[in-house]
Each structure stands twice: as structure tokens, then as C-alpha cells.
Design a protein around this ligand. Structure first.
Ligand SMILES: Nc1ncnc2c1ncn2[C@@H]1O[C@H](COP(=O)(O)OP(=O)(O)O)[C@@H](O)[C@H]1O
Ligand SMILES: O=C(CO)[C@@H](O)[C@@H](O)COP(=O)(O)O
Length: 559
């Protein structure tokens, strides 16, 4: 039998990439990236120019289809593989990235009459403008003693489905009315490939992002009624749809999409998945004790467990949510690479840019090299990593960043180093929260763009957490994981696999080189972490709500 292949498509925040994978050993034969033509829409709507409010982050659904029709043919062509040997395709996505669709499954923003209404567009995961709704969801759920709250670390995030749906209802009831269903973008893109009129939802986003439970389903209608009487039946109406397990075949590729994607019609399309969750088998983790960090613009922390535990501020624990047979735990930091990008774009003096350019390197690399010359603690700086709020463990998007310890001698590379360290302290908070609450963390596994881009960052993470870090050998780990799920959807009988564990065992690899904690650094970072924790609690747990007061003053000033 000839070699068989699957394709994984990873939808990130700014681009989508396709990877064509050899199913015998996981070799990534070809990959191709399509930057989203409209990128993140956070200032004004395309065409109409309608201005967006603060904290909004939208996307254009056509950009997702462009990834399929540009990157997929590109990998098939570059690999020289016969499309007849490509047996399955899986996708993974940022989440909760959601959109309203009509009865035909078409995004409302495709309708020219609705395109000038911000609420008709895709809300990206980092759309944070539904915080008021999230606060009320939490208040009401707590008052009613809803048993789902502990599964989400005590708080439902404004990034998630219910808060976003409610924001649409509150601010654009007409759009809410015209919505047939609210879908995760990952499920919508799958439906576009399978042409299925009955759209299936994947258990991962349903569980982590829409408060769905394998045994209990969604929260009760009474709960939704208590939020808002207009939401009473939302789970039977606009959130309806069969919820199926990861690895399930959602359907088969349609003739028309096959033509556009350069594939054969009828191949297996797996149900959608989330980027971070797909990365777990992608890095070969199929057992507890190993925390996987998908490190990019943000970090998602993924961990398997055998018992349901309550962990402060975790994003969620979902049965079978990552690997069937285990409880999947997720936590996260909503900005990491994004913070470094902010500094490079907004904070670096011209002489650094000029020096980097002259040396033929990019500003990140220049800063990393110069920051590496410092010992832990030597900068005298300490930062709180809340440039995009705090996802875990405080679950509060209204917190902001802070850098302490500036002097007239402070150098840009010192600030950069303090930002790298701040994000490592944020990860340490998460590791401690799991480990101290009975969900063991023995080793760290890293994947995503950052481990390949910044060695200093990775060493700091090993030192701050005092744990060895293994790095994925794959450059595109979520896409590799997605391809594995595509192979599972196809099944062993067709040259794929019958379970994700089988697929991961054959196809995943980590690099030989690992990052090991350096004992003398660990000691200094322990001291700095204690200081970080004090600042974290002071500004983040209500002792001094100055960050929130500043926000309120800013809002007043803007209106
Ligand atoms: N050398 C570097 N060191 C640290 N961060 C970097 C470096 N180069 C780029 N970045 C950051 O990496 C992030 C992109 O990560 P990547 O994993 O490629 O994307 P995504 O999260 O969208 O999948 C950006 O936020 C960017 O600022
Ligand atoms: O929230 C999740 C997963 O639950 C991510 O999709 C979101 O943080 C975006 O991740 P990336 O920064 O694109 O890697």
C-alpha cells in the first residue's frame, strides 16, 4: 500500500497554516502560511469604516476560507504527493472565536445589509468587550449556586461563548434575532468543507467555551432565564446542534471544496478542535503529569488528569476535552508574545531599531541577545504581565500591565527581559495552582512559535518554574495534532488510525535538547517570584483596585 497522508490546518490569531503530514512517522512534508488579509479587525470595519469600541477584536470569515483555498493546494503541490493518498483533514482554531450565521449557515456579515453592523462579524477569542456580561454571569451563577462554576475555576470568562452571545443580544437585538445559530469558527469552517446542513459542534469548544458538560449538557433554561428572559431557550435554539467527540468524522469533503482545495472529494473531515488542545497529542502527550504550553501571542496551558479537581482560575476541566479517557485541564495567559510585540512596536527607541537593522537582525533577536547578558535580578525591574488582562488565575480582563523599578539608567533590553520574566511568573502561578490542588505537574512541554524564536525566554521559564522543558520537534504542533485527528477521522481501515493515542505514539516527537533549570537562577527567581506574588495579589485581588479606577476614568474621558 502506498504511503498515506493527512492535512492539518491551524488557524492562529493572524494567519492560518496548512501542514501535510506523513502518517507513518509524522514527518511534516510541506507547510504553507496564509496571513489573514483582514488580520485582526480592532479599529474599524472593512468597507463601511464603522468605528469599533475599545476592547473589540473581530475577524473576517472569508479569510478562513482563503486559508483553505490557498494553503492547502500549496502544500499538496509543494509535496508532490498524489491527492489520492491524502485520506483526511483536521483543523484547529483559536477559541472562543465565534460568529452568528443564518439558516443557510452563512455568516451574517456576508449579508451586505448587515455588514456595517459590528455584531454581525466574527468575534475573535481576544474580543474583551463582553466583560459586563461575564461579570453578571458569574454573579448570577454564584448566587444560584450553579454547579458548573467550579469546573471553570470559579469564573466564566468574557472571552467565551455565553458572554459574547449575551453582548450581541444586549447591544444588537436585531442581529441576535436574525441569527439562526451562534457557532464556533472551527465548527463553521468544518461545515463549509463538509457542506453538512446539520452542523456538528465539537465537544472541546462546547465544553471549554460554552459551559457544556458530557453528562449534564448545558446549564438549565432557568439559569439562562435568570440571566435574561430572552435567553431562556438559547441552548435549544441558537446553540442547538449535536455535540460530538474529538476525532469523530464530521463528514466528507464536498466536490466543490475539493476542487478549490486541490484534494479528492469524499476524504474524511474531522470535527473542529482548538489550537492549544490539538497541540497536546501533537507534542506526544497522552498521559497526566505533563503540562503542555502552546506559546505564541498568548499561552494556553494544557494538562491531563484522572480526577476532577477544583483549581482556582483554570479555564476549565472537560471530560475527554483533550484526549479521550482523561479529564482535560486548561489554563492560560491572554498575552505573552503580544506583550513582547507591543514593546517592540511601541516602546523601543529608534537607536535599537537602527542597531538591529544594521546588524541584519530583528528587534526581538537584538533585545534577546542583549538581555541575555544580564543575570536574574540584575535589572532591578519587576513586571506584571497583564497587558491583555489576566486569564488565569485571576480571570479578570480589566487588569493592566505594570513595570516597577525604572531608573534613569534603565535600558530597553532590561525592560524586554523584565517582560519575558513577568510572563514566566504568570506561568508559574498556573503551575502552582494545578500542582498544589492535586493535578500534578512534573514536566513542561512547549510548542508554538515562541520556543523556536527565543532561547532566553525558555531558559527563564525553566528557571522560574524549576522544571525541565521539552520542546516539540514539530514547527507546527497544533497543525500536526489536527492532522492526527484527521487521520483518526479517516480510521485505520483507510490507512489512518483508530485512536488519537495510536496516532500520537507514531507521529509525535520532541527535540533531544531540553531546557533544564539552572540551580543558581532558580534561587534568585524564587525571591523575585515572591515579590511578583505580592504585587499580583495587591493589584489583582482587590486590595488596590487602581487599575479598574483608571479604566473608569479613561471611559469617562472618552465619552
Ligand atoms: N524573537 C522573539 N522573541 C519573543 N517573541 C517573539 C519573537 N519573535 C516574535 N515574537 C512574538 O511571537 C508571537 C507570535 O507567535 P506565533 O506562535 O508565531 O503566533 P500565534 O500565537 O498567532 O500562533 C508574536 O506575538 C510576536 O510578538
Ligand atoms: O484560548 C485559546 C484556547 O483555549 C486560544 O485559542 C487563544 O488563546 C489563542 O491562541 P494563540 O495565541 O493564537 O496561540
Amino acid at each position: 500500500m502506498s504511503k498515506k497522508y493527512a492535512i492539518g490546518v491551524d488557524y492562529g490569531t493572524e494567519s492560518g497554516r496548512a501542514v501535510l503530514v506523513d502518517l507513518s512517522d509524522g514527518t511534516e512534508v510541506a507547510d504553507h502560511v496564509t496571513p489573514y488579509p483582514h488580520n485582526v479587525i480592532d479599529e474599524k470595519l472593512p468597507n463601511s469604516g464603522v468605528k469599533l469600541e475599545y476592547d473589540w477584536a473581530l475577524q473576517h470569515p472569508q479569510d478562513y476560507l482563503d486559508v483553505l483555498t490557498r494553503s492547502v493546494p500549496a502544500v499538496v503541490q509543494a509535496s508532490g504527493v498524489d491527492p489520492a493518498d491524502i485520506i483526511g483533514l483536521g483543523i484547529d482554531f483559536t477559541a472562543c472565536t465565534m460568529l452568528p450565521v443564518d439558516a443557510q449557515g452563512q455568516p451574517l456579515c456576508f449579508n451586505p445589509e448587515l455588514a456595517n453592523q459590528p455584531h454581525s462579524w466574527v468575534k475573535l477569542w481576544k474580543h474583551h468587550a463582553a466583560q459586563d456580561e461575564a461579570n453578571l454571569i458569574n454573579e448570577i451563577a454564584e448566587r444560584r449556586g450553579e454547579d458548573f462554576l467550579p469546573r471553570y475555576g470559579g469564573k466564566i470568562s468574557s472571552e467565551w461563548m455565553i458572554a459574547k452571545v449575551w453582548q450581541i443580544l444586549n447591544e444588537a437585538p436585531d442581529i441576535y434575532e436574525q441569527t439562526d445559530r451562534f457557532l464556533e469558527a472551527t465548527d463553521w469552517v468544518v461545515s463549509q468543507m463538509t457542506g453538512a446542513s446539520d452542523i456538528v459542534r465539537n465537544s472541546c469548544t462546547a465544553g471549554y467555551k460554552a459551559i457544556w458538560h458530557k453528562k449534564k449538557g448545558f446549564p438549565s433554561n432557568e439559569f439562562f432565564k435568570a440571566l435574561d428572559p430572552r435567553l431562556e431557550n438559547v441552548t435549544q435554539t441558537k446553540l442547538r446542534g449535536e455535540v460530538v467527540a474529538l476525532g469523530t468524522k464530521a463528514g466528507e469533503l464536498t466536490e466543490s471544496m475539493a476542487k478549490l482545495m486541490g484534494l479528492q472529494p469524499g476524504i474524511a473531515i474531522a470535527v473542529g478542535n482548538v489550537d492549544a488542545h490539538a497541540a497536546v497529542p501533537g507534542v506526544g502527550v497522552v498521559t497526566p503529569g505533563k503540562l503542555v504550553m502552546a506559546m505564541g501571542t498568548s499561552i494556553c496551558h494544557m494538562l491531563l488528569g484522572t480526577e476532577e479537581r477544583e483549581v482556582e482560575g483554570m479555564c476549565g476541566v472537560v471530560e475527554d476535552g483533550i484526549i479521550p479517557g482523561y479529564l482535560g485541564y486548561e489554563a492560560g495567559q491572554s498575552a505573552v508574545g503580544d506583550i513582547f510585540a507591543w514593546y517592540v512596536e511601541q516602546g523601543v527607541p529608534a537607536y535599537v531599531q537602527a542597531a538591529a537593522e544594521q546588524e541584519g537582525t530583528n528587534v526581538h533577536e537584538w533585545l534577546e541577545r542583549h538581555a541575555s547578558a544580564y543575570k536574574p535580578g540584575e535589572t532591578g525591574l519587576l513586571a506584571l504581565d497583564w497587558w491583555n488582562g489576566n486569564r488565569s488565575v485571576l480571570v479578570d480582563t480589566e487588569l493592566n500591565g505594570l513595570i516597577l523599578g525604572y531608573s534613569l539608567l534603565t535600558k530597553p533590553e532590561e525592560v524586554y527581559r523584565s517582560l519575558l520574566e513577568a510572563t514566566a511568573f504568570g506561568t508559574r502561578k498556573i503551575v502552582d495552582a494545578f500542582h498544589n490542588n492535586g493535578v500534578e505537574v512534573q514536566e513542561l512541554y512547549a510548542c508554538g512559535g515562541l520556543p523556536q524564536k527565543n532561547r532566553l525566554l525558555m531558559q527563564i521559564y525553566a528557571d522560574v518554574t524549576n522544571r525541565e522543558i521539552k520542546v516539540a520537534d514539530s514547527k507546527q504542533t497544533p497543525a500536526l495534532g489536527a492532522a492526527m485527528f484527521g487521520a483518526v477521522a479517516a480510521g485505520a481501515a483507510n490507512g489512518g488510525y483508530d485512536s488519537i493515542v495510536d496516532a500520537a505514539q507514531k507521529m509525535a516527537r520532541v527535540r533531544k535538547d531540553t531546557f533544564k533549570p539552572i540551580p543558581e537562577n532558580v534561587v534568585v527567581y524564587e525571591k523575585l517570584y515572591q515579590e511578583y506574588s505580592k504585587l499580583h495579589d495587591y493589584f489583582g485581588r482587590g486590595e488596590n483596585d487602581v487599575m479598574k479606577r483608571l479604566r473608569a476614568i479613561r471611559e469617562e474621558a472618552r465619552h
